[in-house]
Design a protein around this ligand. Structure first.
Ligand SMILES: [Zn+2]
Ligand SMILES: [Zn+2]
Length: 245
């Protein structure tokens, strides 16, 4: 879904800058008409206001009290830009609300309302912390349609405390099928630039996926989680990244 105020700012700027002109039409006056409504032979067309307010002298535009629908006086460029920006934000918010409603509609009673997305990063890559944060910031900027209430975490071990296995976990409300989500992330991140060699997506209750991302694990994984936390602290990484705030 596009945001028209973002895609066509120049068009909206032109509309917002334009002074309102009150419409008129050409009509025959009543005295120039035959009783049956036909115009007389020498009838002349006269200009009439379309809006009654103009004809009765009650029109704010005719009086010059209002410049156009949006501005009282001729707007400056920065006033026009500001209004366009406000409209962009309004549309963005409306999009989010719509997505939420869609999600409730689709997944209302369904327990499988979440997804866990895992991106595995090549363990031989030297700058894992930097790369992982770069991937996360790309995801935030992309504002993907398949993500809602999404959070991410970076893990280095995850499975066991001895095996290095850098990866990113993302939890989201489920909006799209697993396959579609996996395909999207593979297309975007399975490139040399991102060093992602594997993408897994699975459906599960949102709460479970969220708990997993928050590091609530058991057994051997718990020790690995503690090591991950220490690693993040040492590399100034956040424990949790909000992807769709
Ligand atoms: Zn008028
Ligand atoms: Zn993990």
């Amino acid at each position: 879904m596009i945001n028209p105020f973002e895609t066509y700012p120049q068009t909206f700027a032109a509309i917002l800058r334009k002074k309102h002109t009150c419409e008129t039409i050409m009509l025959y006056a009543d005295e120039d008409r035959e009783p049956n409504g036909e115009p007389k032979l020498n009838a002349r067309l006269q200009e009439h206001w379309v809006e009654e307010a103009c004809a009765y002298g009650q029109c704010e535009y005719c009086h010059g009290w209002q410049y156009n629908e949006w501005f009282q006086e001729k707007p400056t460029d920065s006033e026009v830009q500001e209004l366009i920006l406000k409209q962009q934000i309004k549309v963005d918010l409306a999009k989010k609300v719509k997505r939420k409603k869609y999600n409730e509609l689709i997944n209302g009673a369904d327990k499988n309302n979440g997804q866990l997305i895992t991106l595995c990063i090549d363990k031989d890559y030297k700058q894992v912390p930097k790369l992982a944060e770069e991937i996360i910031s790309v995801i935030i900027k992309a504002d993907y349609d398949c993500l809602l209430d999404a959070q991410a975490t970076i893990e280095l071990y995850g499975k066991s405390e001895t095996e290095l296995l850098p990866h990113i976990h993302i939890v989201t409300k489920k909006l799209k099928p697993d396959g579609a989500v996996a395909q999207l992330f593979r297309r975007k991140f399975r490139k040399d630039k991102y060093q992602v060699y594997r993408v897994d997506v699975k459906t599960l209750p949102y709460e479970s996926a969220e708990a997993y991302v928050m590091g609530e694990k058991e057994g051997a994984k718990l020790a690995a989680t503690a090591k991950d936390k220490a690693y993040r602290l040492n590399n100034s990484l956040q424990d949790i990244y909000d992807l769709t705030a």
